[in-house]
Design a protein around this ligand. Structure first.
Ligand code: SF4
Length: 236
């Protein structure tokens, strides 16, 4: 949904991002890939792969795509599969974004910071964005969305000391699942060790959580070029 010839368009420039530096820091929604093209590519891909979910991610933040809701509907019709969206949650405070996301079956929202200072350090957001609004948007979305809502927290050395605060925020948002993650994809940031994540997990006891080191990796079928597959389907 967010495809650019060069670089990445996102409302964040996270220090751990595996896609490299954000080349356009944006919060204004626009159409990047017309829905008709998304439909055409998906039809081609669906003939070549066996999939159990279609995931919207892309080279940037998918909720920046103004036609996200329309594209989700079309993808559902074409694939007959559940639709998942991975988002950094920064635009969930906008009603139109929440409306688009409610078309999906699974939404995985990112939240890495317990306060505005750590938010700026880890996520390096667009200057107009506040963590308080992001949390507010996630709480509203949680109430409105009938599908599965997972909260993903990417733990790095910067937010590791704040795991209790992050667990309290997670409890207040009340997602169906918390995904405790650390950057295992190529990243400029050192991932936390399994022992460090185990320690963090204690703060999430009583919640339905998954830790990246313990989660079973799904098999990614490579019947089409990996590049194209990554645009349409990202398996975490
Ligand atoms: S929100 Fe996702 S795509 Fe954007 S900079 Fe962070 S990790 Fe990268």
């Amino acid at each position: 949904m967010i495809c650019q010839e060069k670089g990445k368009v996102c409302s964040f420039d996270c220090v751990y991002c595996s896609l490299g530096k954000t080349t356009e820091l944006a919060t204004r929604r626009r159409v990047f890939v017309p829905t008709v093209l998304v439909a055409r590519e998906l039809k081609k891909v669906m003939k070549k792969v066996e999939a159990d979910v279609v995931t919207f991610s892309g080279t940037g933040e998918p909720t920046l795509a103004q036609n996200l809701g329309e594209a989700i509907k079309v993808a559902k019709e074409i694939s007959g599969l559940p639709i998942a969206v991975l988002t950094n949650s920064s635009l969930m405070v906008k009603e139109e974004v929440r409306m688009d996301l409610t078309q999906a079956d699974i939404v995985i929202g990112e939240l890495d910071a317990p306060n505005e200072e750590v938010f700026k350090r880890i996520n390096q957001p667009h200057e107009g964005l506040l963590l308080a609004d992001t949390i507010q948007g996630m709480k509203k979305f949680r109430r409105e969305f009938k599908g599965k809502f997972a909260l993903e927290i990417m733990f790095v050395s910067e937010n590791k000391p704040f795991s209790q605060e992050l667990a309290a925020i997670a409890r207040a948002i009340d997602p169906d699942e918390v995904q405790i993650n650390t950057p295992l994809r190529p990243s400029p940031i050192r991932p936390l060790t399994p022992e460090e994540l185990k320690e963090i997990q204690r703060d999430f006891e009583g919640m339905n959580f998954l830790s990246v080191y313990e989660a079973k990796k799904p098999e990614v079928k490579k019947a089409v070029g990996l590049k194209k597959l990554q645009v349409l389907k990202r398996v975490e």
